[in-house]
Design a protein around this ligand. Structure first.
Ligand SMILES: [Zn+2]
Length: 340
């Protein structure tokens, strides 16, 4: 299948990640690109660069003040006496209804939900091209391609309309789904990352025109904690158009695939024309996050099950962190899909 990637996505190189009170190197390393490129190429993908569709598709989901913040905050941060090399918040509003400050520190707290989305010199450029990669993938499907793989990095599914978090800045899968909708296609987002796609849920929570389904490790004891529970079904018109399928920590292939069947049945009942797969590979048994226990052949079964929908499919890269099998797991999903 066709694959999309832009070299400017290398420019985001986060240094800080805080876990359990300890500052560590970020798991969202640029090296992931090398592994994922090898994995996609081994599955027979041909890479092309994305077209530049401009800010329009990004602004369709993200607020003007948030986009301005992402574009400018790194330069503003440098004017703070003694500031560190990355924008990392140290204070947060208690609710989204609280006032919006003028201060760079205050705005960082407003727009960055956690410490896992540091903003450095190349973050905006990389996030912008990661989003364009998803948009070009959506346009390929709208033009009649059966499937495409968007190597989006940084990932996107933890980004809300005005909020970065969990290594994510722009919601690439959501941007692709909205782009498909504007092309007259009914899109469902199926999120198989080990973490709940809270940003995607938040963006579409009150809408019935894009279905959001997520299978993930139970947030009662796993990031992102505050979202991803089974009783979050949508609000207003969106009621019933968000489906969360949390799984116990350590769930393996067979139980996962049974749950995937429930997700796929919902996508089919929605009457989707196209499916956007938020493709995290961090449900892997050897992933550093250790949430679920999918095997490398299990990813092939996941790909094959998704192909069973018989729908044009855009794979949008989400998580999946440095381990020896990262590339193989991607190969497994894509070959499983194509072979089905
Ligand atoms: Zn993840």
């Amino acid at each position: 299948m066709r694959a999309i990637f832009d070299a400017r996505q290398w420019q985001h190189d986060p240094k800080h990640f805080m876990a359990n009170g300890v500052i560590k190197p970020s798991p969202e390393q640029p090296e992931r690109i090398t592994r994922l490129t090898h994995g996609a190429t081994a599955a027979g993908c041909d890479f092309v660069a994305p077209k530049d569709a401009g800010l329009g598709p990004i602004a369709a989901l993200h607020s003007p003040e948030y986009v301005t913040f992402l574009r400018n905050i790194y330069a503003r941060w440098q004017h703070i006496d003694g500031a560190g090399a990355e924008v990392i918040p140290n204070i947060h509003p208690a609710s989204r209804r609280d006032n919006y400050p003028k201060s760079a520190v205050g705005q960082a707290g407003y727009h960055q939900v956690d410490t896992a989305c540091p903003i450095g010199a190349g973050t905006w450029e990389a996030a912008y091209w990661s989003a364009q990669t998803a948009v070009t993938g959506a346009d390929m499907l709208a033009a009649g391609e059966r499937a495409a793989y968007a190597l989006c990095r940084p990932p996107g599914h933890h980004a809300f309309g005005d909020l970065a978090g969990g290594f994510c800045f722009l919601n690439n899968a959501g941007i692709a789904a909205e782009r498909l909708r504007t092309r007259g296609l009914r899109a469902a987002i199926l999120d198989v990352d080990v973490h709940h796609g809270n940003g995607t849920q938040g963006i579409f929570y009150d809408r019935d025109d894009v279905l959001t389904v997520s299978i993930h490790a139970d947030p009662a004891r796993f990031y992102p904690f505050f979202w991803g529970h089974a009783d979050e079904r949508g609000v207003g018109r969106g009621t019933g158009y968000n489906l969360n399928l949390p799984l116990a920590r350590g769930t393996g292939d067979d139980a996962y695939l049974k749950t995937l069947d429930i997700a796929l049945e919902r996508v089919a009942n929605f009457g989707a024309d196209v499916v956007v797969v938020a493709l995290g590979l961090d449900a892997y048994e050897g992933d550093p996050f250790q949430g679920l226990a999918i095997t490398t052949p299990g990813f092939g079964r996941i790909g094959a099950a998704i192909a069973g929908l018989g729908l044009p499919t855009l794979f949008v890269q989400e998580g999946g962190y440095l381990c020896k099998e990262l590339g193989q797991n991607l190969t497994s999903v894509l070959t499983g899909f194509e072979g089905a």
